[in-house]
Design a protein around this ligand. Structure first.
Ligand code: FAD
Length: 483
């Protein structure tokens, strides 16, 4: 075939695929215009800029399955996307313009709330905030919560096994999924929407799709656990000398507060300073300056005033010299003001120029040593760069963000990302930690995963992928490098 004839044949196949997709999802479900596609092709950190053949927006599981079956027949790659808030580029198509972006946003029904079973069955495109509201409407609690919850979807959260601020008490996204419905790469529908809390009938298929980042199939719905609604909270901001004391304080808080402790966040002084000077309207928690802080919160389910146990625990921490100072929120406004400092940290860093970020986890005991060694490693690599390590200390998960030296050139700093990543990750691995705690692997860490994951585990992952997706159409080049 001549080059011109083969180009024409490719064009005909492309047109045919689009026509057949349109026949499945209708006009409302297909975006072809490049300007209209843009919002789906850029991701929050601006690291990847994708292109796509089209954006397909099915509204039912049957439509979703038909779209995937068709793409499989044509050997065209499918990139699933929920709220497009992922931080590792997993939801962004590559630059070829050949891939199909499959948005789950129209699959947003709350199919059932079964109060008697404490479960809720929702479609993949339901946002976390809506799932929380739906649970609250029947006096139940859905605890999965993080700053992007207004846009992040249940499908995306399960596919990244997202964490957030309540993992300490309730677990990560995957821990809420009792059952799951998935459209597989060959178009079959795996209907596993079980409400069972115990079901040991062979391999745990639901778990297989948790954290798979769209590489094994498309999650279309899930049955999620619901919990009793907390009646009240006690929230405290605590000042401490160093991470060693913060860790000891964590053990004290767990001992004294038991399962009511649901959040325990580490914040360095530089983090508070950055938030205060970024002009976003946050208030200083203390009049004095302190080197480190912890934001912690408890919930109670009966009429007990929650502040009582919090005060008793904080008195012990202050008397034993573990804590330098402590403030307990006296109102809902003050509680929100405390959380504002934590939530605005990533935003505040933007005002200081470029930041290079790491989402790592370590055995709890190793965190103080990691923080000291990583700070020394950063200084050695880029003198003057400012580590802003913060996050879910209660889960052993630190967002080890490094902000550029004051006044440095942003692009020159960011061009050293690989070098800095290597220095920080080497320390993480030395202490038995993970290079991705809660954000996933996506495109950002796929090469790194090849280097650090045990070869047998990687081999098993590839075997599973090749059985479920033999034509490699499901989000290729994410998590695992291409075949
Ligand atoms: C401001 C901010 C704060 C954040 N805080 C946290 C935090 O505290 N903890 C935390 O864990 N994460 C956090 N994240 C990142 C988190 O991963 C995402 O917010 C969210 O979980 C992804 O959901 P999404 O619907 O946006 O998925 P997307 O970003 O659209 O997709 C993420 C991945 O899942 C895949 N995917 C999406 N939907 C499906 C589906 N239905 N079936 C199969 N695959 C699918 C995509 O292909 C991609 O690989 C934060 C992000 C932002 C922007």
């Amino acid at each position: 075939m001549t080059a011109a004839r083969s180009r024409k044949a490719r064009r005909t196949v492309k047109t045919e695929l689009i026509e057949r997709l349109a026949a499945i999802v209708g006009d409302k479900g297909l975006i072809l215009d490049r300007a209209d596609m843009l919002a789906y092709l850029e991701e929050p950190r601006g690291l990847y800029h994708g292109a796509a053949r089209c954006v397909v927006r099915p509204s039912t599981v049957d439509e979703t399955a038909a779209v995937i079956r068709l793409c499989n027949d044509y050997r065209v790659a499918v990139v699933p996307q929920g709220g497009n808030t992922g931080l590792v580029g997993g939801q962004t198509p590559d630059e070829s313009g050949e891939q199909v972006l499959l948005s789950l946003q129209r699959m947003n029904a709350i199919r059932e709330i079964d109060v008697g079973s404490d479960t809720m069955t929702v479609e993949a495109g339901v946002t976390l905030a809506r799932a929380q509201d739906a649970a609250a409407s029947v006096d139940r609690y859905f605890p999965l919560s993080y700053a992007s919850e207004g846009s992040a979807t249940i499908g995306g959260a399960l596919s990244t096994n997202a964490g957030g601020i309540h993992v300490l008490a309730y677990g990560s996204a995957g821990d809420f999924a009792l059952g799951i419905e998935v459209a597989l790469a060959d178009g079959r529908i795996l209907s596993g929407l079980s409400k069972l809390r115990k079901d040991n009938t062979g391999y745990h298929l639901t778990r297989l799709f948790i954290g798979a980042e769209g590489t094994l199939g498309v999650v279309t719905a899930a049955t999620l656990k619901l919990f009793p609604s907390p009646r009240a909270h006690a929230t405290a901001f605590v000042a401490l000398d160093d991470p060693e004391k913060a860790l000891e304080f964590l053990h004290l808080a767990k001992r004294e507060l038991g399962p009511s402790l649901h959040a325990f966040e580490l914040i360095p002084r530089i983090g508070v300073d950055l938030v205060l000077r970024s002009g976003v309207g946050a208030r200083a928690p203390f009049s004095d300056h302190h080197p480190w802080h912890v934001l912690l919160e408890t919930s109670v389910f009966d009429g007990t005033p929650p502040e009582e146990t919090m005060f008793a625990m904080l008195s012990k921490a202050l008397e034993s010299g573990l804590a330098r100072d402590a403030a307990v929120a006296a109102s809902l406004d003050q509680r929100a003001a405390f959380w504002r400092i934590r939530e605005l940290l990533p935003e505040a860093q933007k005002h200081e120029g470029g930041s290079i970020k790491h989402d790592v986890s370590l055995p709890l005991q190793k965190i103080p040593q990691f923080l000291a060694e990583a700070a020394a490693g950063v200084e050695c690599c880029i003198p003057g760069a400012r580590p802003v390590p913060f996050g879910h200390l209660g889960d052993g998960n630190i967002h080890y963000n490094v902000t550029q030296p004051p006044g440095a050139d942003r692009d020159a700093f960011l061009s050293r990302r690989a070098e800095l990543n290597e220095a920080v990750h080497a320390i993480v691995l030395l202490h038995g930690g993970s290079i991705s705690a809660e954000h996933g692997v996506g495109r950002l860490k796929r090469e790194l995963l090849e280097q650090v994951k045990d070869p047998v585990s990687l081999g098993v992952m590839r075997s599973i992928k090749s059985v479920l997706d033999p034509n490699f159409i499901m989000n290729p080049g994410k998590v695992l490098t291409a075949r």
